[in-house]
Structures are given as C-alpha cells and as structure tokens.
Ligand binder design. Structure first.
Ligand SMILES: [Zn+2]
Length: 132
C-alpha cells in the first residue's frame, strides 16, 4: 500500500510540468500538386501552438508547429518534407495563426499578482498625500 502511494506521488511529480501542443488554426490552400499522389488538390494546413505548462496551467508559449494534409490521399507532411508551393502556402497560414492569450495564462497571473499590489500602494500614497 505504502509503495503504491509512493509510486502515485512519483508519477504525479513527473507530470507537474512539461510542454503541450494545442491546435490553434487550420486553413485550406488553393490547388497545389501533391508530392505523394501527384494530383492537383487542396491541402489542409493545421498549426499547433506549443507551450510550457506547470500543473497543467499554460506558462508561456514555446513555438509553433504545423503539418499539411492532402485532401485527396490524406498524406501528412512536415514543413521540411513539403514542396516549394506547399511550403509557401504553409508560411502564409502560419502567419495568420494567432496564438491565444491563454498560452500566457500563468505569466499573466504572476504579473497581476506582482503589479496589482504596486498599483494599489501607489494609489494609497497619492490618496494620502491629497488628504493630508
Ligand atoms: Zn495527395
């Protein structure tokens, strides 16, 4: 029983921090020749935002990753495997993929916790100087 609890604690300490990826944007391209099936087809480009997390709360963003999928043969390609026209479309989609503010959540919380007391103390000091 005790060993089981220790194992459980060890497992929990292993996953309190790490990185995670979340889908942030998908877009369909114009007709581009697929390097796998050789058909002129639309591709779906999906962008994922990676972030560091502590206790599953997003801390700060790390980078973006993305893949393209041929709408005909469903071949999925990483940017390094894309042909020139697909790579160009990928870069445009990546530019449009705005990272959600929630990927900064823990940093925002820390900022508010440090800045809010400073602002209130400034207000109190100003209020005291006006009233005295
Ligand atoms: Zn294809």
């Amino acid at each position: 029983m005790i060993i089981f609890v220790i194992n459980l604690l060890n497992q929990n300490t292993m996953i309190i921090y790490g990185t995670k990826g979340k889908h942030i944007h998908s877009e369909e391209t114009d007709l581009i020749q697929c390097s796998h099936c050789q058909e002129q087809r639309k591709h779906t480009i999906s962008i994922y935002g990676r972030y560091a997390h502590i206790f599953w709360i997003p801390f700060f963003p790390i980078g973006k990753k993305g893949v393209s999928e041929c709408n005909h043969c469903k071949m999925t390609l990483a940017p390094k495997d894309m042909n020139e026209s697909l790579k160009f479309a990928f870069q445009n989609v990546e530019k449009n993929a705005k990272r959600p503010i929630t990927h900064w959540l823990l940093l925002i919380i820390i900022g508010v916790l440090f800045i809010a007391p400073m602002i209130t103390s400034i207000f109190i000091a100003v209020f005291k100087s006006i009233t005295s």
